[in-house]
Design a protein around this ligand. Structure first.
Ligand SMILES: O=C(O)CC1=NCN=C1
Ligand SMILES: [Zn+2]
Length: 417
């Protein structure tokens, strides 16, 4: 007797185990007229719709010939923060550059002020609502960063919120310490001293189990290549895996640094050099691309996903959900931008929001794929095939979402007739 049986599935999407690099990203197993069954939170059976007729299940779901995939994985979010930055939209519309807003004490530093002022409970309640929205949009596993505290107590406060959300929600959250996200006012002009303070937090964060990854904003006017190297080295010596916000605006060479340091991921890469893109082929560093941020900042030049994939790199996609440079948690919209602006194919896109995204946050063995014994993290989409979501942008196509075999979202139709 199975707990749940989803039958009459038009297309069942089964990404291969990864990380998938280059041409492997172009492959996607699509099986038609299928069914899938869960038991005790795991995938217990996969077969044809005809074979499913003889099965017994406590709950039978008619997929109405629609599409079923693994739960989405969002590998780059700034989930926990206070306040909001809608007041900066006018500056963006006036063409004030992102880094100029930051240099004037706005941007990230505006969110830092708000985050320091809010209690752990306030931050928790706000992030909890976002988490519910992410699940409603098909996300079952995600990464969540700190980085709006920029001092011990407020950074630990954010990381404790992520830990509590991971413990109390059924979703799986992977925590990242992004202490070196910007230079706080009290350390203006003293970047090295600030970085020393962030490095001094690492043992405490490790001992309290508050993060698996660290991250640093390697960018003009924020942290240099050498400062990033120093922070990543200190992180790895304490057992953290590393990530880096690299080559988002200026081509400092963060991509090459990430690969040379064996980072789990290099994120943004909009300004990555040809040498940086070529270096991605060598190691296991996943290129996490964030086209929503490029769109939101009104830029025309997107990360060169085509060259990265055709060169042989492993590419993933993420929302970069944050209050200033990409205010969306709709990973489906990111899938559309990947198609429309980065010319990624539907097969590459689906691999980028499942198996490769899972590998970018160290969850390649438990998320992003569907096979017997894996977590029953599954989405039933109200779409006829897997190509439809990139094609129809800005909507929420999720009809039902299961996490560990438990239904966490079901869309109920609008009552307009
Ligand atoms: O602006 C923000 O709050 C998030 C961000 N960090 C680096 N790029 C964007
Ligand atoms: Zn980011």
């Amino acid at each position: 007797m199975y707990d749940t049986l989803i039958e009459n599935i038009g297309q069942l999407i089964l990404p291969a185990e990864g990380p998938l690099k280059g041409n492997a990203m172009k492959q996607l197993k699509v099986k038609e007229n299928m069914a899938i069954a869960f038991k005790d939170g795991k995938v217990a059976w996969i077969g044809t719709n005809e074979e499913s007729q003889k099965l017994k299940a406590s709950e039978r779901v008619d997929a109405m010939e629609k599409t079923v995939t693994p739960g989405l994985v969002d590998p780059h979010t700034h989930l926990v923060f206070g306040g909001s930055r809608e007041h900066e939209l006018a500056l963006k519309q006036a063409g004030v550059p992102y880094l100029e807003i930051l240099q004037k004490g706005g941007g990230i530093l505006s969110t830092v002020k708000a985050t320091r002022a809010e209690s752990e409970t306030q931050l928790y309640e706000k992030a909890k609502q976002t988490l519910e929205q992410m699940a409603a949009h098909g996300v079952t596993t995600l990464e969540a960063k700190s980085g709006y505290g920029l001092e011990r107590q407020a950074e630990l406060k954010q990381l404790r919120v992520v830990k509590r959300l991971n413990e109390e929600s059924i979703l799986d959250l992977v925590s990242t310490f992004l202490g070196p996200h910007a230079i706080p006012p009290e350390y203006k002009g003293e970047e090295e001293a600030f970085l020393d303070e962030m490095i001094r937090l690492l043992p405490e964060i490790s001992d309290e189990g508050l993060a698996e990854f660290t991250d640093i904003f390697c960018e003009t006017g924020v942290f240099t290549i050498e400062q990033s190297r120093r922070f990543m080295k200190a992180s790895q010596e304490l057992g953290f895996q590393t990530k880096i916000h690299a080559d988002e605006i200026d081509p400092l060479g963060g991509t090459e640094l990430a690969v040379s340091m064996g980072a789990a991921s290099a994120d943004h890469l909009v300004a990555a050099s040809d040498a940086g893109i070529d270096s991605l082929v060598e190691g296991d560093t996943v290129a996490v691309l964030l086209p929503g941020t490029t769109f939101y900042l009104g830029k025309d030049h997107y990360a060169n996903a085509r060259k990265m994939i055709d060169n042989g790199a492993a590419v993933a996609l993420a929302t970069d959900f944050n209050p200033g440079s990409c205010v969306t948690y709709n990973l489906q919209m990111i899938m559309s931008l990947a198609a429309l602006k980065m010319k990624m194919t539907p097969e590459e896109i689906w691999n980028s929001v499942t198996v490769n995204a899972a590998h970018a946050i160290g969850r390649g063995d438990v998320a992003g794929c569907l096979s017997i014994g894996r977590k029953a993290d599954v989405v039933l989409w109200d779409v006829p095939n897997y190509k439809y979501i990139p094609y129809h942008y800005a909507a929420n196509h999720a009809k039902a979402v299961w996490k560990n075999g438990r239904k966490v979202w079901e869309r109920r139709g609008a009552r307009v007739f």
